[in-house]
Design a protein around this ligand. Structure first.
Ligand code: FES
Length: 178
């Protein structure tokens, strides 16, 4: 009697075990791409290519000769799991020189980091926080700033002006990249 009732129980148990096993295999197969996508940013590390790329700031003709123009430095920022489009990462004062070359300075004051403005009346750059002043070629003129404005590399490709953005530590007499 017990031998007659044993096979159905065994078959049921076998089917149950098979179902659990198949469920586990399917779950594992489904998890592989999900886990891969979750951990791939860690394998590749943070994206630095976007950080180093020069940022387009406008057409050559948009820059009047001899008058600094403030431009926003906008780019997409990528970290391990997210990518945000069109983020303003800084700003620069860009000047088109009479000889056709360009110069650019970070708007960040080298004293404590306030935004440096163009004072057209005094023909200089001026920081509103502690009255530091700089000549239009970025040299230190007055106030507590320990150095001149921080220069940024400018590139012209065809008609496009591009700025290489860089941040420097504040409060130091010598320029030190962040
Ligand atoms: S932050 Fe510019 S003078 Fe202090």
């Amino acid at each position: 009697m017990s031998e007659l009732s044993a096979p159905p129980t065994t078959r049921r148990g076998f089917l149950g075990a098979l179902t659990v096993l198949l469920g586990g295999v399917i779950t594992a197969l489904a998890a592989v791409p999900v886990l891969g996508s979750l951990f791939s940013p860690l394998r590749s590390g943070p994206s630095t290519s976007a950080t180093d790329a020069p940022i387009p700031v406008g057409n050559v003709s948009e820059f009047p000769v001899g008058t600094p123009r403030r431009v926003e430095l906008i780019r997409s920022v990528t970290d391990a799991w997210s990518r945000s489009e069109a983020t303003t990462i800084g700003a620069a004062w860009v000047t088109r020189n009479a000889d056709g070359t360009f110069t650019a300075f970070s708007t960040v004051c080298p004293h404590l980091g306030c935004g440096v403005n163009l004072d057209k009346q005094r023909n200089l750059f001026a920081c509103p926080c502690h009255t530091s002043a700089f000549t239009l070629d970025g040299k230190y003129k007055a106030g507590p700033a320990p150095r001149g404005m921080d220069p940024l590399e400018v590139e012209v490709r065809g008609k496009q002006v591009l700025v290489h953005y860089k941040r420097y530590k504040q409060g130091l007499p010598d320029r030190e990249a962040v």
